[in-house]
Design a protein around this ligand. Structure first.
Ligand code: F6R
Length: 607
């Protein structure tokens, strides 16, 4: 969602801020702006729409200064217009701020400020912050900011500049991510490391309530009481190329193709002596043996990764697994105790519903394991144990490698836990781990087996509505494939457990309706063939998905996508690949904005 960049150094701030905002575009936004301190004043430029509009506006504005802040806004309070765009400036022109998150008590604060004579220009919750800053300022910028944030309830990351301190930029956060980039003679902050990595790989992850003051010479961090503290400087492990398109037309295509490598990074470091080994798991063997219920929680595709992982964990450990939508779990008064284990899945590590569900269960004494991609993210920090997926930066809004690496880590967890609790022996743990190690090459084979996907997309892209059906773990694949298709191609799509069709939904099957029938799960292949016949008898066109040794499907389906033969326990990552590609090519045929689909944001930091 919204993105923040801040800079101070020896060069003009505006180009640095605009470049940073371009790096943050992928998160989703509908307006953008910058403010710069220089020559004893602040200059602010902002606009609705794309960063290109902002760049044009900046070109025709006299803007000079070496300290500044920038923002991409995804509208929550008020329409995405020029006035509501960030930054927001105090009426006296002394302060400008950018804000991510939601100030929950903004209505009371606004009323109070209006009663004191303040005039508001925008409909945003954010504008109260600049008015509070003005009210509390007595020549000490840091003090005014601390007094201001003490009045705020809700979630925020706030960057602020002051015309009277043109060499300082402040940033603070509660609940929203914020990372300080430590450079030489210049310093930065951003809500996302992708905006920092071209300048520096040395970063400090701010914790809730901390305040950082950046000047060209250095970074000073204060705790919530204003006392200076020392923080560890971490090193970002990937470089700029990882966050660029590298010759592909879209980040999504690049990220799909990167999956053999991404899965290797997720799996290989966790195999010791031929067996899954999760050294990150802070749970003794005894604690693992005491677990009698596993809850997996997440949102969107991460939730579907949980749905896929459930089959393997249950099969190997014989422990019941419930997969819960985080937005529902947090309000469901869940039945948990000290024998429950919570597994949280999140690519970004910043999804607010997931964070809240996790806090709710932690408060009930449940031990939490987070499977997260973004290092140092909120979920990673909150968890008792964190297992990073090491997928590298995921820029396309629609997740691909984020999802498959989550599934792979769940597979490793299943084998690891099954051995620890005595459900499988050493030899079986080695055999199963050997199957998991095949996933990267199976993914490559899934890509190589299906050069016809662009043609299939041409054939089917004009369908206005389609169905994905599957049974058992293929149903989990159907759920994720359907989400991928609808979110990037804007085609209405539904995923159905194939056996459920005739309980109502089959009424929607009519002449030429496209049904994508996923039939790779061998045990239920014949049942799927019957389901295919049922929809064909009602005029549907069927695109079948089956393992390459299941040639029988050719007789029933109009077209077929083959996926590599693999152990059914570990098939999902290779099975989903051609369906991710199909969604991509269909979206391309439909002329959609593939990397930044409408109305969507990469990291959903509001409820
Ligand atoms: C879909 C997609 C979303 C995310 C969901 C959770 O392609 O990307 O459904 O999976 O918003 O995000 P994370 O994994 O960052 O918690």
């Amino acid at each position: 969602m919204c993105g923040i960049i801040g800079f101070t150094g020896g060069r003009e701030a505006a180009p640095v801020l605009l470049e940073g905002l371009k790096k943050l575009e992928y998160r989703g936004y509908d307006s953008a702006g910058i403010a710069v301190a220089g020559g004893g004043r602040l200059t602010m430029v902002k606009t609705s729409g794309k960063i290109e509009n902002l760049c044009k506006k900046v070109e025709s504005t006299e803007i000079s200064g070496k300290t500044g802040i920038g923002h991409t806004r995804w509208a929550t309070h008020g329409a995405p217009n020029d006035t509501n765009a960030h930054p927001h400036m105090s009426p006296d022109g002394r302060f400008a701020i950018v804000h991510n998150g939601i100030i929950e008590n903004f209505a009371e604060l606004r009323e109070e400020l209006i009663a004191g004579g303040a005039e508001f220009l925008s409909e945003t919750d954010t504008e109260v912050v600049v008015h509070l800053l003005s009210r509390y300022y007595d020549g000490d910028f840091k003090k005014a900011l601390m007094k201001t944030v003490a009045r705020l309830e809700g979630t925020y990351a706030i960057g602020a500049i002051c015309s009277e301190c043109p060499e300082s930029v402040f940033v603070t956060k509660v609940f929203n991510p914020m990372i300080v980039g430590v450079g030489i003679g210049e310093n930065f902050f951003a809500s996302d490391v992708t905006a920092l990595v071209s300048h520096t790989k040395n970063v400090i992850y701010l914790d809730d309530g901390e305040l950082a003051e950046l000047t060209p010479e250095g970074v000073t961090i204060y705790d919530a009481t204003g006392k200076e503290i020392q923080k560890k400087v971490s090193r970002i492990m990937w470089d700029m190329e990882a966050a660029e398109k590298g010759g592909y037309d879209h980040f999504m295509l690049k990220e799909i193709m990167e999956q053999p490598h991404a899965l290797k990074s997720a799996i290989d470091p966790r195999v010791k002596n031929g067996k899954a080994a999760l050294s990150e798991l802070c749970l003794s063997d005894e604690a693992l043996r005491g677990i009698n219920h596993i809850i997996i929680t997440a949102c969107g595709s991460a939730y579907y990764a949980g749905c896929a992982g459930k089959y393997t964990i249950e099969k190997l450990t014989r422990i019941p697994v419930s997969v819960e939508l985080a937005s529902e779990l947090r309000y469901s008064d869940p039945i948990v105790d000290e024998h429950t284990l919570l597994i949280v899945l999140s690519q970004s590590g910043e999804t607010l519903d997931t964070i809240c569900a996790m806090r709710e269960l932690k408060a009930r004494g449940v031990s939490t394991v987070a499977i997260v991609n973004v290092v140092g993210s909120t979920i990673a920090k909150l968890a008792d144990s964190v297992i990073y997926t090491y997928a590298g930066p995921e820029i396309a809004v629609a997740t691909t490698k984020g999802y498959t690496t989550q599934v792979a880590v769940l597979y490793l967890f299943a084998v690891y836990m099954a051995e620890k609790i005595g459900k499988i022996d050493d030899a079986e743990a080695k055999r199963l781990t050997g199957e998991i190690l095949q996933i990267p090459s199976n993914i490559q084979r899934a890509i190589d087996l299906n050069p016809q996907l662009p043609e299939l997309a041409k054939k089917y892209h004009s369908n206005s509505s389609l169905f994905f059906i599957g049974r058992n773990v293929d149903y989990a694949v159907a759920l994720e494939s359907s989400l991928k298709m609808k979110e990037i191609s804007y085609i209405h799509s539904e995923a159905y457990a194939a056996g459920e069709l005739k309980h109502g939904t089959i009424a929607l099957i009519s002449e030429n309706r496209l049904v994508i029938a996923i039939a790779s799960y061998e045990e239920l292949f014949d049942k799927m063939m019957s389901n295919i016949k049922e929809v064909k008898a009602r005029g549907a066109k069927v695109l079948g998905v089956a393992r390459e040794d299941m040639k029988k499907i050719v007789a029933e389906a109009d077209d077929v996508i083959f996926v590599p033969n693999a152990d059914p326990l570990f098939m999902v990552p290779s099975e989903i690949i051609p369906l991710q590609l199909l969604a991509y090519y269909v979206a391309r045929e439909n002329g959609c904005d593939i990397d930044k689909p409408r109305n969507l944001a990469k990291s959903v930091t509001v409820e």
